[in-house]
Design a protein around this ligand. Sequence first.
Ligand code: FAD
Length: 463
Amino acid sequence: MRLKLDERPFATVPPAVSPDGAYQPVSFWQETIDVAPGAPLQEHLQCDVCVIGGGYSGLSVARELKQRKPDLDIVVLERGVCGHGASGRNGGFSMPLIGWDLYETAKSLGDEKAKRTYELMYDAVDYFKRLIADNAIACDLESTGYLFINTCEAREKHSRHELAKAQQLGFDHRWLDRAELQDYIRSDRYRSAIFDPHPCIVNPAKLARGLKDAAERQGIRIYEQTSVTGLTDGDPVSITTEHGSVKARQVALCLNGFGASLGFFKHAVLPIHTYIVLTEPLTDAQLEAIGWAKHRASLETARNFIHYFRLTADNRIAFGGEDADLYPGGVYRNLDETIAAALRQRFREHFPSLADVRFTHAWGGTLGVSLDMFPVFGQGGDHGSIFHACAYAGHGVSLSNYCGTILAPMMLRAAGHTDVPEPAQLPFFWNKKPLPMPPDPFRYWGLRVYRQALKAQDWWQGA
Ligand SMILES: Cc1cc2nc3c(=O)[nH]c(=O)nc-3n(C[C@H](O)[C@H](O)[C@H](O)COP(=O)(O)OP(=O)(O)OC[C@H]3O[C@@H](n4cnc5c(N)ncnc54)[C@H](O)[C@@H]3O)c2cc1C
């Protein structure tokens, strides 16, 4: 296997580090951290494991490997700085969602498999909270719980199926009718909701940098400003970068939405973009006006193109979703002004009483999505030495931080460390072949038609 970086998709994205060496934040979260970009790789290295991508997935795999085998020599290669991708830009919701939802997952996999899969995801949410506590990472963690809000009759009907399935399979979701929901948040558009008490929120960039520091304390070597330009399978695997190279016995590809730019799962994992707009800090009176002062629950609306929103530590509202897009040629973007404007407009419809609130930030990023909305994890390469974890769709915060607990033992066992136990539960998507998509331009145009159909359904249902 030979993979080669296609630099064209990055042509429209300013680099993470300016020529004078200063970090260039994209999201509000990234503005809240001090980043001294790490030095690039400028030599030819050999190591046991090379992790490509310094987001949550890459840091999780590196840290879980090192925790089990402290003598391993592990190198992480990151194109910008750790947490410059989706891991430093997301909404910061750690939640158990996987696939479309639990009801649809049970329909496609059966009750037993769906239950096991969601148990794994709840375990990932618990692990996420422990990870932050154990490493004492100051990232504004708030255990807020999560509301799935219905804004129309059709979605309310579906949510009742979702709740019944959750309760049947033993999960502690709760229904809130319109009156009960008013105690959490008030908008004329909100009819009812499902409340899940387990999810939490963080400042995602603070978390990413905290994890990078934790990894370095463990003795993991991290090279930032180091773009991988090619990979050749073999024993060892050869990785080339702009100014150096690495030979590694094993590789973990942790690129999520950027995988396609290296030719990895090009026809199975789509680099989809989602965007967030952010308000100025709200006053207590403004928060009270929309009923968000008492419980600080995080929220999502039930529709194909969801809205996800939450409060920040300084009481701004981060409001994301509304649309998601893929750009021709797999191009990457930091912002799509048309989608940001639609988000601001939608925010005013949800909360007319906040018509005067100013927006201070807008940004977006790339995530990986497979056709069936399930993650893509597994082992590959001619020698079984190239591992991967990606395609978390819009809810990868929990699972990408947890993925090392699955990949690390599988990698160590493959490398001959038979004393390392297998993961307690291998998810059903381990080594599952993702559904293929046709090449561009058919893929691009096919997806545009599908996106329009989903948007039309949201509009028709009034969601
Ligand atoms: C705007 C937005 C909002 C989101 N909101 C949520 C949310 O609230 N909850 C949730 O659960 N999920 C959310 N997600 C998804 C979540 O952020 C991701 O699933 C998760 O961060 C994936 O982490 P990762 O490490 O796999 O990928 P990334 O964080 O994207 O990391 C991949 C890394 O690879 C690096 N890279 C790329 N090319 C190369 C190369 N050639 N060489 C070396 N390195 C390279 C990139 O710079 C990047 O740092 C959101 C995503 C976005 C974009």
